[in-house]
Design a protein around this ligand. Structure first.
Ligand SMILES: Cc1cc2nc3c(=O)[nH]c(=O)nc-3n(C[C@H](O)[C@H](O)[C@H](O)COP(=O)(O)OP(=O)(O)OC[C@H]3O[C@@H](n4cnc5c(N)ncnc54)[C@H](O)[C@@H]3O)c2cc1C
Length: 462
């Protein structure tokens, strides 16, 4: 969520998929292939059946992928190891996801219209004043959202298997099948699951940060943050304060490189923090986050404790032959904000669309060139966002004075408008050049003050 206050500041004008004018330079974390393979047009027909695709993982990425495949005429199998999985997650989603994925409003616990950004010295800046009456950040419980998307995939025709994917055998010759090995919990044998195999033409790895599909194709590793979260049940009185309000805390105490949060849920709040650089200190950082919010959550009961890795950047390899990675398995969480739900669902859908298109609605075999179309489209639209948030994290999360400057900037109405637009809609509308200039001057002012303050603090600590 911290991302929202920053994109406009450095003048980034993110494009929508319709706007083709964006120029990309080669990102160093992504694998780019110069050779374009043009095989899909001549790829063989699949006779007597439709193309068969396995989606491994039933989170937002897998659910969205499976639904799109099934609707597009592909024989789809969706594997989820735990159908009541409660993914550790803040559950904040942008408004555009509600519309783009046609989400019913009753799966959204809270509509957040106010956000407090709280600096290391506890200066709180209210953001959200620029929101229009219909605009909000959605707060969902993942067990609800994920189940909803999976059920919709099943309604569209996907076969959902309650199974743990174990490994797959890669094809021995061009066009031959992938053999997936899994434990089937549908046919439970004393809780252990029955070992089974299934043959498919292509595989989408949507199995999250610890992806086994990624390991199977030697996709390589990524740096990751560890995020820790406690769900805390607080009194109805205290809950009123968080009714439509989320809080973000920045400071060395809560995280040296990320932020702490209090997000409202249906009948509790989710309090958490994350770090890449100080993973061993995560519990200490969590205690500090709780301490910062103590007046507002006092007397609360911890009802659930959860932790999970958050990828920091895309994997070195995201497509190999007829296997593609999406969502966290691919590494699509934005730095600085830790936002990944929308990007997971979006990448799942985009990858599935490439398969539907390449296979002419399941009538032809696909190959790597079809899957690469998803990658090309993805990188073209989203790579600038990831890069900018990477830079901003380095600028603003590096010290407490820089964080004070960051919070100060968030008070600017223009920053709020531009950044809410970019977060809620995943696009930035053209800004006003005069306001852009004023913002740049204010930002430089904030950073100069931050640096001056840091120098004074360094002198004091000598
Ligand atoms: C503490 C925390 C807070 C966060 N807060 C936010 C937030 O507020 N907003 C936001 O946008 N993002 C947030 N994120 C990031 C977000 O949770 C992820 O980016 C998102 O869940 C990625 O979705 P996915 O479908 O790719 O993977 P996942 O949600 O991880 O789903 C993977 C699915 O695959 C299943 N699976 C895994 N392995 C197998 C296997 N071998 N066989 C079968 N099934 C398998 C899992 O059970 C799971 O259901 C947060 C992350 C953390 C850790």
């Amino acid at each position: 969520m911290a991302s929202i206050a920053l994109k406009s500041f450095i003048g980034l004008r993110q494009t929508t998929s319709e706007n083709k004018s964006i120029v990309l330079t080669k990102p160093n974390t992504l694998t780019y292939h110069k050779i374009r393979i043009n095989a899909s047009k001549t790829s063989p027909r699949v006779n007597g059946r439709n193309l068969k695709v396995a989606v491994v993982g039933g989170g937002p990425a897998g659910g969205a992928a499976a639904e799109t495949l099934a609707k597009g005429g592909i024989e789809t199998i969706l594997f989820e190891r735990k159908l009541d999985n409660c993914k550790p997650c803040g559950g904040a989603i942008p408004l555009c996801m509600v519309g783009e994925f046609d989400l019913p409003l009753d799966i959204i616990d809270r509509r957040v219209t106010k956000m407090k950004m709280i600096s290391p010295s506890n200066v709180a800046v209210d953001i959200g004043q620029t929101l229009k009456p219909h605009e909000y950040i959605g707060m969902v419980r993942r067990e609800v959202l994920d189940a909803y998307l999976r059920d919709r995939a099943a309604t569209a025709g996907a076969t959902v298997i309650n199974g743990l994917f174990l490994k797959m055998d890669l094809p021995k010759s061009t066009g031959s099948s992938y053999v997936l090995h899994y434990s089937d919990y549908n046919a439970k044998t004393g809780g252990a699951g029955e070992k089974k195999t299934v043959e498919v033409d292509a595989v989408i790895g949507a199995d999250g940060a610890n992806s086994r599909v990624a390991k199977n194709i030697n996709a390589g590793e990524y740096e990751y943050a560890i995020a820790f979260q406690e769900r805390i049940k607080i009194s109805d009185d205290k809950m009123k304060y968080y009714e439509n309000l989320a809080e973000m805390y920045v400071g060395d105490d809560v995280s040296p490189d990320f932020y702490g949060w209090v997000f409202p849920k249906c009948d509790h709040v989710a309090v958490g923090t994350g770090t890449v650089t100080h993973k061993g200190d995560i519990k200490k950082l969590q205690i500090a986050t709780r301490l910062r919010a103590r007046d507002k959550i006092e007397g609360g009961k911890i009802i659930r404790v959860e932790a999970h890795p958050i990828p920091e950047h895309p994997r070195p390899r995201r497509v190999l032959d007829r296997v593609a990675l999406v969502g966290d398995a691919a590494g699509y969480v934005t730095k600085c904000s830790g936002e990944g739900i929308y990007f997971a669902a979006k990448s799942g859908r985009m990858c599935a669309e490439a398969i539907v298109e390449g296979s002419e609605n399941g009538k032809r075999m696909v190959d790597e060139s079809d899957l690469r179309k998803y990658l090309e489209k993805w990188d073209k639209i989203y790579w600038p966002t990831y890069k900018v948030l990477d830079v901003l994290q380095k600028v603003f999360y590096r010290s407490n004075p820089a964080r004070e400057a960051f919070v100060e900037m968030c008070a600017d109405e223009y920053v709020q408008k531009m950044t809410f637009d970019s977060y809620l809609y995943k696009r930035v509308v053209p800004g006003n050049p005069l306001d852009d200039l004023k913002l740049a001057v204010n930002t430089i002012g904030s950073l100069v003050r931050a640096n001056a303050l840091r120098r004074e603090m360094e002198k004091l600590s000598v």
